[in-house]
Design a protein around this ligand. Structure first.
Ligand SMILES: [Zn+2]
Length: 319
């Protein structure tokens, strides 16, 4: 079997600012940021062996925190191996930014290694149910089993939470709306890095399946106001970003809503509305990654603006 070999040696890490090999078929590329923080950026060239999303880890004075666990356990194991090649400190925490399966599929790898899984309560509520929809109505028994056995977080929260990787190394888990209704960004003030999960897609069209775009735009404005000089790690997209990149992404959501509203105001709906808006998106955003999401983005935002979009809701507690 022609599987790529992910051979991340400590020597290579020490000698390279950015991990790259001549024919790069690694599941992800490690990008060292500041103060023990590294982004693990998906490598689409690895095709089926790619990590499927971005993740990150923070090496603190006493322990390590991992943020998101990719689309498959194999890539997650490679991330754990990469961390072990850099530090002997325990991987104590694994944080999921949201429930989507391309960010949680490696949870069990870290749990087995002794990490405590942390996430918003809605991640726990939706992980084994809402993820089924990504396989459509013809989901196979194996796919259903894959979703229903995904590793769940061990500790959940509904409000902002601080985790310490040492007495003086706080990591803020900040609950923010827009992408699913159960999203967390991770802010490391020491490194001035915001790990955004899917609240930020860097020059990449987003998946809006569960989105509430007006709240999402407000969330991005809050991030820009609170962390104007930070490095932003996106959930998808080939590079880490600055505030300017985050603004570009916010402006996509603003433009999408405005162009759909204008088309709705002329009485358009359904395919004619898509036909009117798609060329406008193509002209402005045709070079962005995942442009094939433009049509579903239009349809989902059309539904949202008409007030008929179905989005996941948390279970009502009976306690
Ligand atoms: Zn997502």
């Amino acid at each position: 079997m022609n599987r790529p070999i992910y051979n991340l040696s400590a020597a290579l890490l020490l000698s390279c600012a950015t991990f790259a090999i001549a024919q790069n078929t690694a599941a992800f590329n490690l990008i060292p940021l500041a103060n023990g923080v590294s982004a693990a950026i998906d490598n689409p060239a690895a095709k089926a062996d790619s990590s499927g999303s971005n993740a990150a880890f923070i090496i603190g004075p006493d322990s390590v925190a991992v943020v998101d666990t990719f689309e498959n356990p194999t890539a997650a194991q490679k991330l754990l191996d990469a961390i072990h090649s850099q530090t002997k400190l325990p991987v104590r925490f694994v944080i999921n930014t949201h429930y989507h399966l391309d960010h949680v599929a490696g949870n069990q790898v870290f749990a087995t290694a002794g990490a405590i899984g942390l996430a918003h309560q809605n991640v726990s509520t939706w992980e084994h149910t809402e993820n089924l929809k990504f396989f459509g109505p013809r989901i196979t028994p194996q796919q259903r089993n894959f979703v229903e056995t995904l590793g769940l977080p061990q500790l959940t929260y509904t409000h902002d939470t601080t985790v310490f990787l040492g007495d003086h190394r706080p990591i803020l888990l900040r609950v923010m709306p827009g992408h699913t209704g159960g999203d967390t960004i991770v802010y490391d003030s020491t490194a001035n890095v915001v790990i955004c999960g899917d609240l930020f897609w860097n020059h990449t069209l987003p998946n809006l399946i569960d989105a509430t775009t007006d709240q999402w735009i407000a969330t991005i404005n809050t991030l820009l106001a609170d962390y104007p000089t930070a490095t932003f790690v996106p959930g998808h997209g080939e590079h880490t970003g600055t505030a300017a990149d985050l603004r570009d992404f916010r402006d996509y959501l603003v433009f999408l809503r405005a162009s759909i509203s204008a088309a709705q105001a002329t009485g358009l709906q359904g395919q004619p509305l898509v036909d009117a808006v798609l060329p406008q998106l193509k002209a402005k955003y045709g070079t962005w990654a995942f442009f094939d999401l433009a049509q579903p983005d239009i349809l989902r935002t059309d539904e949202e603006l008409r007030g008929v979009k179905k989005i996941p809701h948390p279970e009502v507690s009976t306690h």
